[in-house]
Design a protein around this ligand. Structure first.
Ligand code: GLC
Ligand code: GLC
Length: 667
């Protein structure tokens, strides 16, 4: 093994046991990178050598603690294509308490998810958190203790195991930017413990906080203005970028890094397959900067990733980086460095809602058309709604290029989705309106933002029909433009805003709760009742998920090409399966059954290209096939499963077509 002498010295000191062979082999590959990254962050620290030794010991202990069952899974996953690229993988996010009460309740609902076609389940934070407001569990009081209200560690392990046996996967949060102010580290700091005080950013007076504030934006300007909180027990200001009860962790302290490495390993060893790195852009702080997306934040992710590859190579990372498009992609693996395999496609999400409001696909097409192509082995998580607000994170220059004034355009979108714009069917609300900057974000469930709530209240059947089509259009696109589609619990049955949060004191300040409804199982039961809106939406989404499994062009990492639109309401996107380096094509895999078989490389004719065509207008439109660089005759429309009879098909109001081209390779 050739590594740096300083790491070699430590490796020699590490005792070995029979059974550690795989660990040392992996360390042989990753050791150099781990050393480089660790020393670039903490090399100047006086205790560096000791900390390096502890890092390696942490990894070794974590490896030894990893259950044999999971080690076997790791080996299996190392041999095959990445599990998150398996054909048809689709994700679903839910709150245990709101969806099913607790972990046991969730297990009983797994068949429901299977019926829908879901394979990857993100259980929202289920770790111990403060009673009362915990930011939906994103204030962690104990990183490795399952909240007793939701279950216990043994149940979590069983749940993971059950999912695995059904070919499913579990995602969970590592809330690494901050802990709750009642975490034992914070309590120890408050009690005067110096070591733990240094886990946080603590300042005795306003000098440093003021320097930071000069360049830091605010996450919750309405309810938690500023980025620091005065803590009487410490007689100091503590950095609290999110809520006052969420204390930012100081990752410039190697001791904190080592603690969190233990947490990461602990989570992996419970059987979690995908670790969601919460609020990852915020990990490193430097006065004079926005304290977002700093290079060191990326170094931390790379280091955690290198460590994870040694202990639990079957585990993948998901970046929660809701920042500008050009910054989001930096959290994904590239040829040069490993970070996360998956990231939320926040720009796609925001663009879909923009297109729905404007009825025009121009900004969506322009923005996606200029998107960076991802490295092989990585993929987007394509979603329509999640538990958070919708931020209007568009590129201003692109807004201008499609002919709008950025400030006015954002104002329009805010007015539209809060229902203030005349004729808007949406019933959302503004989230975190900032009077100083005029900024705001949007809250509201998918169904309510798409107009279903208003339409049902008015009893206007035509309006209900249009609202259902809008929901179907957005989810249809999330299932076909790119990446892994992800559903938010309840969207598949069109759950509307839930206003009960307003009367719960600890939730009342945060209107994101309006779009986190308690699962309505009675409504879900109606999915079996023909003619009900639940049957229609559930059926449609289940069909999207089932169909895309069999469409090689919709493989999670298959690229897309945006075609010039023959009309401003239309969005055209061409998908084609490619044979990524070292990976069989989706079709190849399907032909071969399971596994990665190079022999199964299909001929061109077996790998059709698919044209995704969407109409954002509330009236029918012709596709305008004459302007396409290929002919549609002889093609098949997959959603209706019918051959295209018309060479220039019509799209109905908010219509979507998945057209399998008869002659692949012709464009
Ligand atoms: C993430 C979560 C959000 C939470 C924040 C702080 O952005 O999605 O709900 O408020 O992190 O943890
Ligand atoms: C995270 C997200 C941001 C969101 C916030 C609270 O910081 O990055 O977009 O608004 O959490 O929901």
């Amino acid at each position: 093994m050739k590594t740096h002498p300083r790491i070699e010295r430590e490796l020699e000191l590490l005792d070995t046991e029979e059974g550690d062979a795989a660990f040392f082999a992996r360390l042989g590959l990753a050791g150099e990178a781990i050393f480089e990254l660790f020393s670039s962050l903490y090399g100047d620290h006086p205790d560096f050598q000791d900390q390096l030794a502890r890092l390696l010991a942490t990894l070794r202990d974590a490896y030894r603690a990893r259950p044999e069952r999971l080690k076997a899974l790791d080996r299996e996953r190392e041999r095959s294509e990445p599990w998150y690229l398996k054909p048809g993988l689709a994700a679903y996010m839910l709150y245990l308490d709101r969806f099913a009460g607790d972990l046991r309740g969730f297990e009983r609902k797994i068949p429901y998810l299977e019926e829908l076609g879901v394979k990857l389940v993100h259980l929202m934070p289920f770790w111990r958190c403060p009673a009362g407001n915990s930011d939906g569990g994103y204030a962690i009081s104990d990183y490795l203790l399952v909240d007793p209200r939701l279950g216990a560690e043994a149940e979590l392990v069983e749940t993971a195991d059950k999912l695995h046996r059904r070919g499913m996967y579990l995602a969970a949060d590592l809330v690494l930017n901050h802990s709750a102010d009642d975490h034992p580290w914070a309590l120890a700091a408050k009690a005067g413990d110096r070591r733990h005080r240094e886990y946080y950013y603590v300042f005795p007076d306003r000098t440093m906080p003021d320097r930071f504030e000069a360049a830091m934006p605010e996450v919750f300007p309405e309810t938690a203005p500023g980025n620091f909180t005065w803590v009487p027990e410490l007689e100091s200001w503590v950095m609290t970028v999110f809520h006052p009860f969420q204390w930012d962790l100081n990752w410039s302290n190697p001791e904190l890094f080592l603690e969190m490495l233990g947490v990461l390993a602990g989570m992996a060893n419970m059987g979690i397959d995908l670790i969601r790195l919460d609020a990852v852009p915020y990990l490193w702080k430097r006065p004079g900067t926005s304290c977002q997306n700093l290079d060191e934040a990326h170094t931390i992710v790379r280091l955690l990733k290198a460590c994870a590859l040694v202990v639990a190579p079957g585990v993948a990372f998901l970046a929660e980086a809701i920042v500008q498009p050009s910054e989001i992609v930096r959290y994904l693996d590239t040829a040069e460095a490993d970070e996360c395999q998956l990231a939320y496609h926040a720009s796609l999400m925001a663009l879909l809602w923009e297109a729905l409001a404007t009825r025009k696909a121009s900004l969506l097409s322009l923005s996606l058309g200029e998107e960076t192509r991802l490295a092989s082995g990585t993929a987007w998580l394509s979603y329509v709604r999640c538990h958070d607000d919708i931020g209007l994170g568009y590129d201003d220059r692109r807004i201008e290029r499609v002919g709008y004034e950025p400030r006015l355009h954002r104002r329009f979108l805010l007015d539209y989705y809060s229902g203030r714009f005349p004729g808007s069917p949406a019933s959302g609300r503004l989230f975190m309106e900032n009077p100083n900057t005029g900024d705001a974000r949007i809250s509201g469930s998918c169904a309510s933002l798409a107009g279903l709530e208003t339409a049902l209240a008015s009893g206007d059947e035509a309006a209900v029909e249009l609202a259902l089509r809008r929901i179907e259009l957005l989810y249809g696109l999330a299932c076909s433009i790119v990446g892994i589609p992800m559903l938010f619990a309840g969207d598949e049955i069109g759950l509307r805003n839930d206003y009960s949060w307003e009367s719960v004191s600890e939730l009342a300040e945060d209107n994101r709760w309006m779009h986190r409804p308690i699962m309505d199982w009675k409504a879900a039961g109606r999915r079996k009742k023909p003619g009900s809106l639940e049957a229609r939406l559930f059926g449609r989404i289940a069909r999207y998920l089932a169909l895309r499994t069999a469409i090689p062009a919709f493989a999670q990492d298959a690229p897309f090409e945006i075609l010039p639109s023959p009309g401003e309401n239309l969005f055209l996107c061409l998908r084609r399966p490619t044979r990524a380096e070292g990976r069989a094509t989706a079709q190849g895999r399907a032909n071969a059954g399971a596994g990665n078989s190079a022999d199964a490389e299909p001929t061109e004719g077996e790998r059709p290209w698919v044209l995704v065509a969407a109409n954002f207008a509330p009236e029918p439109r012709r596709l305008g096939a004459a302007a396409l660089p290929f002919a549609l005759s002889g093609s098949r429309e997959l959603l209706s499963d019918r051959p295209l009879v018309d060479g220039d098909p019509a799209l109905e109001a908010y219509g979507l077509l998945w057209i399998e081209l008869s002659a692949p390779g012709s464009p």
